[in-house]
Design a protein around this ligand. Structure first.
Ligand SMILES: [Mg+2]
Length: 443
């Protein structure tokens, strides 16, 4: 049995026997277990075939918002164009750009002012989110022709498990080409597709041949195809992680692959261990079935202010509004928050985040607001005028029972507050959001 077998069959064995999961990669026990299990592999043909042939596609619609705008106004294809938030609302950043604008070095999330400095002739278009949602839904309908295992990652990205679709539709490359043709013919959009044996590498691969291309990273070639690419091309390597890795001399994916797991753990904590696992091709996460409801991990809202301010009363009033929204979403999802985090962006664009763990999970608007206010009002939190304020309910759970109650807990009071919030939801659903407001928001 070769190392290749260990690396690529081990995940399935680990999955099929959780008890040995933790001891597998630690020492000599590994080989003994694997030898015994490999004997079983011959009997469990289905399991082996499934793992060997697991084929995941990551489909990423190219320049999505800008491409949809070009469908409605084809002339925009011939000029550098960007979809930008409104400058008067101070959301004036680039949300998407077409290929021509890309050539000028225009980047997503930079301000319109910066973008126009790079390309004075840039045509800016306001976003039409409803249209983007419609196109996103139609793209998913195309994917569903090829498999029902479609998991949406964002408005323009999906994972598809096409393992069981190959007898019907051909090789993974043929399926990718068919999807690309359908997308062009039916929606007028192009899509870049990554093909691999897990979600993590498929996501990486979809970025390699953009736009309108596909790229595969199979189990026996992932190291050679990826080792010379920069680490920032990997999912989960943002600016902070990249800087930390680079401080240890890790610039390329191959160097990350060779780094000891312990080092990454020490450097990045839990995230480091996860990264090590993913880079070694051990991401086993399944692609969820389309019908499976995808529960949010957190619910957050933020607001960019019309003018930067240090006025606590004004910030609290906005926070109250955001908490009402979050509370309604949590009720709609049947979830409770165990943590509350606030985000502040000041006039120098410095972002700060403060978080608190709750004694008992909640979705009561007023409780979220009280914790948010507490985090906001702590000394030294507002040094410069604030440009944006946000609040996020995290560590969501579908159950708020079985938690230790505080001495001041008031169960009946909580129920009343929840009932009140639900009544407000009903009123707003029927008559619109402005039918009922907090006293602090009435001018
Ligand atoms: Mg995209």
């Amino acid at each position: 049995m070769s190392i290749w077998h260990i690396r690529h069959f081990a995940p399935s064995i680990i999955r099929s026997n959780k008890k040995i999961r933790y001891s597998l990669f630690e020492g000599t026990f590994l080989l003994a277990v694997l030898r015994r299990k490999c004997y079983n592999i011959h009997e469990q043909k289905f399991e082996v075939r499934r793992v060997k042939e697991r084929v995941i596609l990551h489909c990423d619609l190219d320049n999505f918002f800008a491409s949809v705008e070009c469908v409605f106004e084809p002339k925009l294809k011939d000029v550098p164009m960007a979809v930008c938030g409104s400058e008067s609302d101070r959301h004036g950043v680039v949300l998407a750009k077409n290929q021509l604008a890309k050539k000028y070095g225009i980047k997503t999330a930079e301000t319109v002012w910066q973008a126009k400095k790079k390309c004075p002739d840039l045509v800016t278009v306001p976003p039409h989110m409803d249209e983007y949602r419609k196109f996103s839904k139609r793209a998913v309908e195309i994917y569903l022709k090829y498999t029902d295992m479609v998991e949406q990652f964002s408005i323009d990205e999906c994972w598809l498990d096409v393992t069981g679709s190959q007898l019907l539709f051909g090789t993974p490359e043929e399926i990718a080409q068919k999807i690309q043709n359908d997308m062009k013919n039916q929606l007028g959009l192009t899509v870049s597709i990554g093909i691999s044996f897990n979600k993590y590498f498929a996501k990486f691969a979809s970025d390699v041949n953009k736009p309108d291309g596909y790229f595969s990273v199979y189990a026996d070639e992932f190291k050679e195809k990826m080792e010379n690419r920069p680490i920032e091309e990997l999912m989960g390597v943002g600016t902070t992680t990249r800087q930390k890795l680079q401080s240890m001399g890790i610039y390329k994916i191959g160097e990350l692959y060779d780094a000891p797991q312990e080092l990454l753990k020490r450097l990045l904590g839990k995230h480091g261990a996860e990264l090590w696992k993913c880079v070694h091709g051990l991401d086993e996460s399944p692609v969820r079935h389309y019908s499976e409801h995808q529960r949010p991990k957190s619910v957050g809202r933020s607001k960019t202010l019309h003018e930067d301010t240090r006025d606590i009363a004004q910030l609290k009033s906005i926070l109250a509004c955001l908490c009402d929204d979050i509370s309604a979403s949590l009720r709609a999802e049947g979830l409770y928050a165990s943590t509350v985090q606030i985000q502040l962006k000041d006039n120098l664009f410095k972002v700060s985040q403060y978080q608190k763990k709750l004694l008992k999970p909640t979705r009561i608007a007023n409780e979220l607001f009280c914790v948010g206010t507490e985090l906001l009002c702590e000394d030294g939190r507002i040094k410069n005028p604030i440009r944006l304020i946000g609040i996020t309910a995290g560590a969501l759970t579908d159950d708020n029972m079985g938690y230790q109650l505080s001495f001041t807990a008031d169960e009946q009071g909580d129920e009343n507050k929840e009932n009140l919030d639900s009544k407000v939801d009903c009123l707003r659903a029927k008559y619109g959001k402005s039918i009922i407001k907090r006293a602090s928001q009435i001018k």
